[in-house]
Design a protein around this ligand. Structure first.
Ligand code: ATP
Ligand code: MG
Length: 323
């Protein structure tokens, strides 16, 4: 008797020693390399002779190499001018992403705590906040609160963070470092920044891939953009070469006035394609929604105000990932 071998279907079969030896001749010979030289690439390689189950480790290795770990797209919302709709845009765009099924984390990097408040959380009552993350290296997961989106909250003591961080080594990278813990858990991280170009905003721009710049459509509001571009250039040269402006967003647009139309035209003449196609028009709902602790998308889901940010979300998604 010859030892059992395996059929193409994987069943054990017995080979009859009396039967014609045709099948045996067709088996690849292990020491046939020299004879097969002229067959070139068609000849069997040693690896082909390893049992298929032993090749599994190779398949796993290849799969791991093919699928890079997806990390979050980090978007900073910045403009050192106050009251241009940074916070409103951070929250409503974040909620629009979440509505489309994306996992979103918002970061309230403004000591005013407006983003935290607009999700119904009182920054005065918050015990652990971004201050602890940036100054004392507390894991960011400890200060994330779940609302319409997940939010890393601000408290009033964040106002002292810039001074407390000023002697810290790597002070510009504190947020970037903290975000590493949660990078794989979110598709988008949206960072609201204060109306200044201080250390908190620098932390946001250093951690970000993209910057969205909300601009109120008034001539005077647009002058500050040059200063913001200079700061961004400094960040690109020294801290984060990959960060770029995703778009400049005209906000609080009063389409009835000639001044607003002219302001948008000046913006387009100076910044061309960097200006988003989307327009955020003036609407009283934007002032009403935060009082109820909610985004405009939740406060009045069918309103045109809500749709302005859904359109913006589509436009950002159509630009694709920067990674
Ligand atoms: N499209 C809009 N129409 C009308 N009001 C708006 C609109 N967008 C924002 N607002 C209101 O304008 C005010 C300023 O907006 P927001 O707080 O978002 O600006 P900001 O740039 O974050 O301000 P700060 O620089 O103080 O952080 C808020 O009361 C907000 O509700
Ligand atoms: Mg704000």
């Amino acid at each position: 008797m010859v030892p059992p071998t395996t059929s193409p279907a994987g069943e054990a079969v017995e080979v009859d020693a009396e039967a014609p030896a045709v099948e045996v001749v067709e088996e690849p010979a292990l020491n046939a390399e020299a004879e097969d030289e002229e067959e070139g690439d068609a000849r069997m390689k040693a690896i082909d002779l390893i049992a298929p189950t032993r090749l599994d480790f190779l398949k796993e290795k290849e799969a791991a190499e093919e699928e890079p770990v997806k990390t979050a797209e980090v978007i900073a919302f910045a403009n050192q001018k106050g009251g241009v709709a940074k916070t409103t845009t951070t929250l409503n765009l974040a909620v629009a992403f979440a509505e489309s099924g994306y996992r979103v984390l918002c970061i309230d990097l403004d000591p005013q705590g407006n983003l935290t408040m607009s999700q119904g959380i009182d920054p005065d009552k918050v015990e652990k906040s971004l201050y602890d993350v940036l100054v004392n290296d507390m894991p960011i997961s400890e200060i994330i609160v779940k609302r319409e989106i997940d939010i890393a909250v601000a408290s009033i003591d964040l106002a002292g963070a810039e001074i407390a961080m000023s002697t810290k080594i790597g002070r510009e990278r504190s947020l970037e470092k903290a975000l590493k813990e949660v990078h794989g858990e979110y598709d988008f991280v949206c960072i609201d920044t204060p109306p200044s170009l201080g250390l908190l905003t620098i932390n946001a721009l250093t951690a970000a891939n993209k910057v969205i710049v909300p601009v109120q459509c008034e001539y005077l509001s647009m002058r500050g953009l040059v200063q913001l571009q200079n700061t961004l250039r400094m960040i690109q040269e020294n801290l984060n070469p990959d960060v770029r402006i995703e778009g400049i967003l005209p906000t609080m647009l009063d389409t009835r006035t000639i001044h607003a139309k002219e302001a948008v035209e000046i913006l387009e003449e100076n910044f061309g394609d960097l200006v988003f196609q989307s327009r955020i028009k003036k609407a009283i709902k934007f002032a009403e929604a935060p009082v109820k602790g909610s985004s405009v998308l939740k406060y009045d889901s069918d309103s045109s105000a809500a749709n302005y940010y859904r359109e913006l979300a589509k436009e950002v998604l159509s630009h694709g990932s920067s990674q």
